[in-house]
Design a protein around this ligand. Structure first.
Ligand SMILES: [Mg+2]
Length: 239
């Protein structure tokens, strides 16, 4: 049997390997509680919704931080602390400490059923890479043991669907685009983005969504257990 033409599988993280929303919700609540205890003036001025609204506005006002999701979170809290009357030392330290609390909880995710088994199995045959627009660090999780490398939008200062992260992955794995399958949940960031640079694609559609429009992925799965077969079908078409 000839060697597989596919050498590298890249994975989006949030909502591809786990549901991110519950973790984000808990992380924001924990951050708010920390602020309530340690910088109470800011939570008297901003309720949780007002904090989210402030962050959205802050994001729009700082296009230079468009791909720096952690920096945006920190600087938004910093600005709210200043607005609540804290001096800059207290605002800086408070924003950083609150962010540390957020990040701790943000990483308490529940991987999808059999995620570890599937990744362990695939890692025996392929290089695996993580490509995220978010700020999860796969190497903080047990799943990270299966991965050869990871890139984030923050590191390359460009979010998917921009090509930078895909190029970084190909260069890290020393492979060409036709040797890569990208797996992700977001039709635009993951599927359109990966197709633009000529990668094969698998749409992780855990919510049973309808494909929005545009060229569909090469394969669609609703559970990670279906991924090895989807990869094999891609390989079969190439044989
Ligand atoms: Mg995602």
């Amino acid at each position: 049997m000839p060697a597989s033409p596919i050498k590298l599988i890249t994975f989006d993280l949030d909502n591809t390997l786990w549901d991110v929303e519950p973790a984000l919700l808990r992380a924001e609540q924990a951050q708010y509680l920390w602020l309530q205890q340690h910088r109470p003036a800011v939570t008297r001025k901003f309720n949780p919704q007002a904090m989210r609204d402030f962050r959205v506005t802050h994001y729009k006002q700082h296009p230079e931080l468009a791909h720096q999701i952690s920096a945006i979170r920190i600087s938004a809290v910093q600005a709210m602390l200043l607005a609540a009357g804290y001096d800059s030392d207290n605002a800086n330290a408070g924003a950083q400490a609150a962010f540390d609390v957020f990040m701790e909880l943000r990483h308490q995710v529940q991987p999808y059923e059999q995620a570890l088994d599937v990744l362990q199995q695939l890692s025996k045959e392929y290089q695996l890479g993580a490509l995220t627009n978010g700020n999860a660090d796969i190497f903080k999780l047990e799943l990270g043991d299966c991965f050869d490398f990871s890139f984030s939008a923050e590191q390359v200062d460009a979010s998917k669907p921009l090509p930078d992260m895909f190029h970084a992955a190909m260069s890290a794995a020393q492979v060409d685009n036709h040797q890569v399958v990208h797996v992700g949940d977001n039709p635009h960031h993951d599927i359109y983005g990966a197709k633009q640079v000529g990668l094969f694609t698998v749409w992780m559609n855990s919510g049973d969504w309808r494909w929005p429009r545009g060229e569909p992925a090469d394969e669609e799965i609703s559970k990670l257990q279906q991924l090895p077969d989807a990869i094999r079908r891609i390989e079969a078409k190439l044989a």
